[in-house]
Design a binder for this molecule. Sequence first.
Ligand SMILES: C[S@@+](CC[C@H](N)C(=O)[O-])C[C@H]1O[C@@H](n2cnc3c(N)ncnc32)[C@H](O)[C@@H]1O
Length: 264
Amino acid sequence: MTDLSALSQVDPDRPNAARMYDYYLGGSHNFAADRAAAELAIAAAPWIRKATHDNRAFLSRAVRYCIGEGVDQFLDLGSGIPTVGNVHEVAQAMEPDARVAYVDNEPVTVASAQALLGGLANCTITAADVRDPDAVFNAPGVRDLLDLSRPVALLTIAVLHFVSDEEDPLALVADYRSRLVPGSIHVLSHGTSEFDPDIAAGTEGIYRNTANPVHMRSVAAITALLDGTELVEPGIVDASMWRADEGQIPPERRGLVVGVGRVN
Ligand SMILES: C[S@@+](CC[C@H](N)C(=O)[O-])C[C@H]1O[C@@H](n2cnc3c(N)ncnc32)[C@H](O)[C@@H]1O
C-alpha cells in the first residue's frame, strides 16, 4: 500500500536532487523550485541532460550484465523516482524471479515507487539513508527479500557523489561489500570534475543550494571506490561508453563516469 504520510515532510520550495534528476529525464514528479534549480544546472553543464539519459542506458546494460553473470538479486541504493527502464523491469524481463530492493530517502521517490511496485512480487522500496548500512540491511524490505548467502548486485548509480569526503564514501562502499558473498557485483556511476573542473565547480555551487550538495570527484577518486573489486572490462569510462554499441562516439564533455567490479 502507498504510505503518503512522509510526503508531509516535503518542502516544495527546497530543490531536491531526486526531483531535479526526474526533470532532466523529462519526468513530472518535480516542483517549480526543482525545475528552476535544474535549469541553472543545465545552463552550467549543458551536457547534463544527455548524461542522465546515458546514465539510465548504462544502468540497463549493467543490470543485463549482472543477470548474464547469474546475479539475480539487486540492492539499488539511491534508486530515484521510477522512470523508463526501472531495474526490476530490465532484470525481470531476463529473469522473472529476479529480486530488487530499492532504497531512497526522498519522500516523493519512495511514494512513487510504492505506487508503482504495490503488489509486485520480489520488489520492495525502503525509505532509508544509504549512509547507514545497518539501517539498510536491517530494513524488512531488504532483510526479508535478499538472500545474502547468494551473490547480490550492489547498485550505486549516481548516488555516491551525494556523500561527502567527511562521510567517507570509501569506508561506506567497503562496509556494503563486506556483507556480500564472493561473486557479487558492484555497479557504480559518479559525477566527475576530471574533464572540466570549472563546470564541475559551477554544478557543485548550484547543488549547494539544494537538499543534496554534490561532490564531483577525480577519476582516480572514483576508481578508488571500486578498489578491492576485480574491475570488469572496459574499466572506468564515460557512461555512454560502457559496453555500448559499436560505433558509439566518445563524448566531448564528460561529466559522469562508470565502472563495474566483481566482489571476490
Ligand atoms: C541522481 S538520482 C539517481 C537515481 C538512480 N540511481 C539513477 O541513477 O537513475 C540520486 C538519488 O539518490 C538519492 N539519495 C541521495 N542521497 C541519499 C541518501 N543519503 N540516502 C538515500 N538516498 C539518497 C536521491 O534521493 C535520488 O533519488
